[in-house]
Design a protein around this ligand. Structure first.
Ligand code: CTP
Length: 414
């Protein structure tokens, strides 16, 4: 039986002239891989960083660079261009293009299209930290946000200019996820009535936890939260009502999901228990195994004479607690196993020890790039054995898992 396919979504990607322009090539690839049509507009400055030829090759479409090109206008006028997409995405969005957008300029094809559009606009700012914090940029961002332009990032990190701070463009995978969520907002609402997980509720944990040492220091880990956030979003898209319990991350709250922000393992457990009952629990958070017992009320000082000694206490195990909840146990409890050696063996034992139904095991040893990275290679383990999933993006892992959960509930109720 063939399923009726919805029209493919279309994005008009506006590439302005910043060093991050090279990342837009990856963004085009990621969006196209998810079935989104991408048509591109480039500013003159962007052409200094990437060539229209590479952009055109990846988007498999003409690239628009000139407001006064008779050929371009004959093929598609700029007004039509501005309305031919479902969503406009400016990435990278330099301080200059943001200023021109805020001001309503129409002095090149990019700003003309942005002024003429009646479609939603998202922007992924990219600039030096001082430009980002300058009062002029702050005012421009505020103006644009008031008008409904959605900002993706920027994030904190090393910059091309050698400085460190906020202003680095979000990674293409994060921009792609935000774009997909925005394109799918009505889909999420519709899925709640008709999706395969409609009527089901889910709790998802995501990100690291921070365990305080004193008022300014904490113990943490390298988890980015990308996998857990992607799972929350995928379950919501399949129609589930999702509560995401998120440790501190730099990610935006996923669309269509109720997000509860926590810091410590204890707070994460409390938020999960408060969200019960639920049909599904997916524990993707990298919960700190230990907290500092008797955290210092005042900042520890170097001149106190002795080196501080931290005494650790074990944190509650959220996955094991949810798996052993008795009558309020979610019908399906899924955990992850982050291992650096004997991955399968340790993960199989972990599933039994924690009492969960499924474990998604991954190798997080140095060099795999899993922790904090874009990709994941999963060994799926249940009571019947294991199945190795091919290496894929965290968004794809999330979709696979959501599909598998939906199949499980479909079987269960048939
Ligand atoms: N987990 C949890 N609460 C904890 C520790 C882990 O809910 N306090 C969950 C994680 O979200 C994950 C699973 O347990 O789903 C396994 O986490 P992992 O870090 O691989 O294992 P640990 O339990 O920490 O065991 P170890 O560090 O000894 O491998």
């Amino acid at each position: 039986m063939s399923e009726a396919k919805a029209d493919p979504k279309r994005v008009l990607l506006i590439i302005s002239g910043g060093i991050a322009a090279y990342k837009s090539l990856e963004l085009i690839r990621l969006l196209r891989r998810q079935g989104v049509g991408v048509r591109c507009v480039m500013t003159k400055a962007a052409e200094q960083f990437v060539t229209p030829l590479s952009v055109s090759a990846l988007s498999e479409d003409k690239v628009y660079t000139d407001l006064f090109s008779l050929t371009d206008e004959a093929e598609m006028g700029h007004i039509q261009l501005s309305r031919s997409a479902d969503l406009l995405v400016v990435a990278p969005a330099t301080a200059d293009i943001l200023a021109r957008m805020a001001n309503g300029n129409a002095n090149d094809i990019a700003t003309t299209v942005l002024l003429a559009t009646d479609k939603p606009v998202m922007a992924a700012p990219a600039m030096n930290v001082r430009m980002w914090t300058h009062a002029a940029t702050r005012a421009n961002i505020a103006t644009l946000q008031q008008r409904g332009v959605e900002m993706i990032g920027p994030v904190e990190g090393d910059m091309a200019c050698g400085e460190f701070g906020f202003g680095r463009m979000s990674e293409p995978a994060e921009i792609a996820a935000a774009v997909m969520a925005r394109l799918d907002t009505p889909g999420t609402q519709k899925a709640a009535q008709t999706g395969p997980l409609a009527g089901r509720s889910a709790i998802v944990t995501s990100g690291p936890t921070h365990e305080p040492i004193d008022p300014v220091r904490y113990i943490a880990n390298r988890s980015s939260g990308r996998q857990g956030h992607a799972i929350a979003e995928a379950l919501a898209r399949a129609g589930a009502q999702v509560t995401l319990v998120a440790g501190p991350t730099r990610l935006a709250d996923p669309v269509g999901v109720e997000t509860v922000h926590v810091e410590t393992a204890q707070q994460m457990l409390d938020a999960c228990l408060a969200a019960l009952p639920a049909d599904i629990a997916v524990c993707a958070a990298a919960v700190a195994d230990w907290r500092v017992s008797g955290k210092a009320e005042q900042k520890l000082k170097k001149d106190s004479g002795a080196l501080p000694t931290l005494t650790l206490a074990e944190n509650p195990d959220i996955l094991a607690t949810l798996s052993r909840q008795g009558p309020t146990r979610p019908r399906l409890v899924v955990g992850f196993a982050a291992e650096t050696e004997a991955v399968l063996e340790h993960a199989i034992a972990k599933r039994k020890r924690k009492g969960c139904d499924w474990i998604l095991a991954n190798d997080v040893s140095e060099g795999t790039g899993t922790f904090g990275g874009d990709n994941n290679r999963i060994h799926f383990i249940d009571q019947n054995g294991h199945d190795d999933w091919p290496e894929s993006t965290k968004a794809e892992v999330a979709q696979n898992l959501a599909r598998k959960i939906a199949e499980h509930f479909a079987k269960d109720s048939s």
